[in-house]
Design a protein around this ligand. Structure first.
Ligand code: DGI
Ligand code: FE
Ligand code: FE
Ligand code: FE
Length: 189
C-alpha cells in the first residue's frame, strides 16, 4: 500500500491533530534514519502508523482485545493508553496490510520501550518525542542530543523524562519502561 493510501485510511480513524503529529514523527524519524543509517521505507511506515490506534476509546480497545485475541498484561488493561501500541500493530495488519515484524515491533513498543531495542524501535520512540509539533520543557535539548550526540544518549533522556512525568501524575510505571532504561545504561558504557 502506498503512503498516500495509508494517510487516507488514517484520516478516518484518528483526529486531524493526531495525523499532524504522525506526519511530524515521519519527518523526524526520516532525519534520524539518515543520520543513523536505518531503512527509510520501514521508518516511514512505522512512523506514519505508530499512533493509528490512539483515538480508540477504552471500550473499543477492550472490545477489540476480546474479539481479536490481542494479549494485554494487567497494567495495559487498566491503563488502556499503554495498549495503543499493541492495538496499533494489530490494526497495521488488518487495515493497512503491514506484516513486517520490525515495523510491527517498533509500533508495539513505541510507548513503553523495551529492553534491547532495535535501531528502528529507538528511532520511532525518539521521533515521537522530538517531532516538530512537540513542545515541552527540554524538547530542544532532546532534539539536539538526538540529532548531534547519539541515539542512546537521547533515548536515556527520553526515558528519564517519561518516568519522571509518570511519577508526577501518580500513575503506574510499566515495568518495560524501567527495563528499557536499565538495559540502555548497560549499552551506554
Ligand atoms: O501516543 P503519543 O502521545 O504520541 O506518545 P506515547 O505513545 O509515547 O504515549 C505517551 C503517554 O504514555 C504519556 O502520556 C506517558 C504515557 N506513558 C509512557 N510510559 C508510561 C506511561 N504511562 C504510564 N502509566 N506508565 C508508563 O510506564
Ligand atoms: Fe503513541
Ligand atoms: Fe512516546
Ligand atoms: Fe505518537
Amino acid at each position: 500500500m502506498e503512503l498516500n493510501e495509508m494517510i487516507q485510511i488514517l484520516e478516518k480513524i484518528i483526529t486531524p491533530k493526531r495525523l499532524k503529529h504522525s506526519l511530524g514523527v515521519v519527518e523526524s524519524a526520516k532525519k534520524l534514519a539518515s543520520i543513523y543509517k536505518e531503512d527509510i521505507e520501514k521508518v516511514e511506515v512505522a512512523a506514519l502508523l505508530h499512533d493509528c490506534a490512539k483515538c480508540l476509546n477504552k471500550e473499543e480497545v477492550l472490545h477489540l482485545v476480546r474479539k481479536c485475541d490481542i494479549l494485554l498484561d494487567d497494567i495495559e488493561k487498566k491503563e488502556t493508553e499503554l495498549a495503543h501500541g499493541k492495538i496499533g500493530a494489530y490494526l497495521c495488519k488488518e487495515k493497512f496490510g503491514v506484516y513486517d515484524n520490525d515495523i510491527l515491533s517498533a509500533i508495539t513498543y513505541h510507548t513503553t520501550g523495551k529492553k534491547n531495542m532495535s535501531k528502528l524501535e529507538k528511532i520511532i520512540y525518539l521521533a515521537d518525542f522530538i517531532e516538530p509539533n512537540r513542545n515541552y520543557d527540554g524538547v530542544d535539548e532532546l532534539r539536539n542530543v538526538a540529532y548531534n550526540e547519539g541515539l542512546n544518549e537521547a533515548l536515556l533522556m527520553a526515558f528519564d523524562n517519561t518516568i519522571k512525568y509518570v511519577i508526577s501524575i501518580k500513575k503506574i510505571i510499566h515495568p518495560r519502561t524501567i527495563e528499557a532504561r536499565n538495559f540502555l545504561l548497560g549499552e551506554l558504557n
